[in-house]
Ligand binder design. Structure first.
Ligand code: NAP
Length: 527
């Protein structure tokens, strides 16, 4: 879709951009003075325009307040006066509300937003339907779900027929696959369109919309200070997702998980894509069902995926082809869509990432790798029997360690132990399990992960028997388990080191380029 941007905002586009999608900062405040301050911050944050939410003002005198806001705004203005019946905060007289929007046009607003349910009444009192240079966005918000493509198409047609310059549709994500319908509507729209899916499961609709030709997206000045659920910050759009560089041929990568917002993968890959000039973007994908996700997003555009809790085993089932090691481990943490035939290829990079980090920890990072592994002959206790647990157990066994697996669900521990030829333990047995000294401990459960940072999988007294303790959890970097292990005199290896190790391999598989190892380390040092 070619967009013709004739607004002040469009004229501010700089040459470095690869798309014309604007970033709009919602401005919500009690007073006009506070709004002016926020408008200044929006300009410094590199937003293209501001959406002034008149319904957030505690007191509002239309003529002086609109004049001040329009005259002093450093950016083009969009005025929205959202009533409670459309999810806003205004619950006063409808005529006064529409009069204020008409006045905004007269005073030189660049855009106004009028709800579809109110547009006919609004138009009927606009002499000659003349709104000069102001563009009218006609909007529809659905806070319950995302309708079918047919229903959405019908909605776009009705909005277009109302005389809208720009169509706006916001729906609610019950599942990440809802976003596909909004992308379809966006890419086929004959009119400029703003289309997004609200909520965490709809996040990618707000980030990837330039690829599909949307007119604008909303970005907040501060995390959590949103005017609708799921809005990212402007800073994340620009710095994390390289928003200005996204285009129709940008390839989409992401981390599939639930929960997933804690993952640092987007930080790592997007920065590396940027430094290599690779045309890709990496996003968080909050997925409930892996099979439905891949069935919906089957195009070559969706090119590569990291896979985390709790989907690594299900991911193995949906791949068309699986690497033999991943098959032996029984878990896939990396999926590539082959660009020749669109088939999904699954592999496991957790194994290499974790085991090499633990080997480095045992050797001391400055020593040259020896031919034999320092894990050979050691008693290696793995806590957890999920995707990461299986990878660690398999890897340790491959390196000649004697492996013990403890898991909350004992049957799963037993299953893994039987496959690799190890011993299974129940969780209750773990704290009193110390047949020898100088053992290795690896936590691969999510115990201790943010926000439950006070939790730990093993009593501190038991840690004295371990010469090295590893934790796959990397948010926080130093978990309670690692802190207590250090206090007991054990060496520690963090989940960050595993994370970097497994990411090297994934990056190379995603891009075909060598991983920028120093850059990865530098990025992760900050966390
Ligand atoms: P997964 O396949 O879903 O497995 C989760 C494992 O944790 C299962 O063994 C589960 O036991 C156990 N578990 C979960 N909650 C528990 C609780 N409250 N108490 C006791 N056990 C619990 O997940 P995964 O992909 O292996 O990931 C596991 C952890 O490793 C996550 O925190 C993830 O972020 C981390 N990880 C880190 C990296 C890295 O690069 N640093 C890479 C991969 C994974 P049951 O069998 O009883 O359910």
């Amino acid at each position: 879709m070619d967009l013709v941007l004739d607004s002040g905002a469009a004229k501010k586009m700089d040459g470095a951009r690869k798309n014309s999608t604007l970033i709009c900062a919602p401005i919500m405040a009690d007073t006009v003075d506070q709004m002016m301050d926020l408008m200044g911050r929006a300009k410094s944050s590199q937003a293209d325009l501001v959406e002034v939410r008149l319904d957030s003002l505690k007191s509002f005198s239309p003529l002086p307040d609109l004049s001040t806001l329009i005259q002093h705004s450093p950016l083009p203005t969009l005025f929205t006066y959202r009533p409670t019946w459309e999810g806003g905060m205004y619950n006063g007289d409808e005529n006064s509300r529409l009069d204020a929007l008409r006045l905004a046009i007269e005073l030189g607003a660049d855009y106004i937003d009028v709800e579809l349910k109110a547009i006919h009444k609004f138009n009927s009192c606009l002499p000659g339907n003349n709104h000069g240079n102001c563009q009218v966005i006609v909007s529809s918000h659905n806070y319950h779900n995302t309708p079918s493509v047919e229903e959405l198409g019908d909605l776009v047609a009705r909005i277009q027929a109302s005389g809208a310059d720009i169509v706006k549709i916001a729906t609610t994500a019950l599942d990440i696959t809802d976003v596909a319908r909004i992308f379809e509507i966006t890419v086929h729209s004959q009119v400029p369109i703003i289309a997004m899916v609200m909520g965490e499961k709809g996040l990618m609709s707000r980030i990837l919309c330039p690829k599909f030709g949307a007119y604008l997206t909303f970005g907040t000045l501060e995390a959590g200070k949103v005017s609708a659920p799921g809005q990212p910050t402007i800073q994340d759009l620009l710095d994390l997702y390289n928003f200005r560089q996204l285009g129709p041929d940008t390839r989409i990568f992401g981390i599939i998980g639930n929960p997933v917002s804690h993952s640092k993968s987007p930080l790592l890959y997007n920065e590396a894509f940027k430094s290599a000039g690779f045309n890709g973007v990496f996003v968080h994908l909050l997925v409930d069902d892996v099979a439905t996700f891949f069935h919906t997003y089957s195009s070559l555009d969706f090119a590569g995926f990291s896979c985390t809790i709790p989907h690594k085993e299900a991911a193995l089932e949906i791949c068309d082809d699986v690497d033999p090691i991943a098959k032996s481990i029984g878990a896939v943490n990396c999926i590539i869509r082959r660009n020749t035939d669109g088939k999904l290829f699954g592999c496991n990079t957790d194994y290499v990432g974790a085991i090499s980090a633990i080997e480095d920890g045992l050797r001391g990072s400055h020593c040259a790798p020896l031919a034999s592994s320092p894990l050979a002959g050691k008693l290696f206790v793995v806590i957890g029997a999920g995707g990461a647990g299986k990878a660690l157990a398999y890897g340790a066994k491959e390196k000649g360690a004697r492996v013990v697996i403890a898991n909350r669900t004992y049957a799963r521990a037993k299953e893994v132990a039987d496959v690799i030829g190890g011993q299974a333990l129940s969780f209750a047995e773990l704290s009193n399990f110390h047949p020898e000294k100088d053992m290795i401990l690896a936590n691969t459960t999510s115990i201790g992960m943010q926000p439950k940072v006070d939790e730990t999988p093993v009593a501190k007294e038991a840690l004295q028997y371990y010469s090295l303790v590893f934790d796959a959890v990397y948010t926080p970097k130093i978990t309670r388990l690692l802190r207590e292990a250090e206090e007991c005199g054990s060496k520690i290896v963090t989940g960050v080191e595993m994370f970097i190790g497994q990411a090297y391999e994934q990056y190379e598989k995603f891009t075909g380029l060598p991983a920028p190892k120093e850059l990865f380390k530098k990025i992760m040092e900050k966390y």
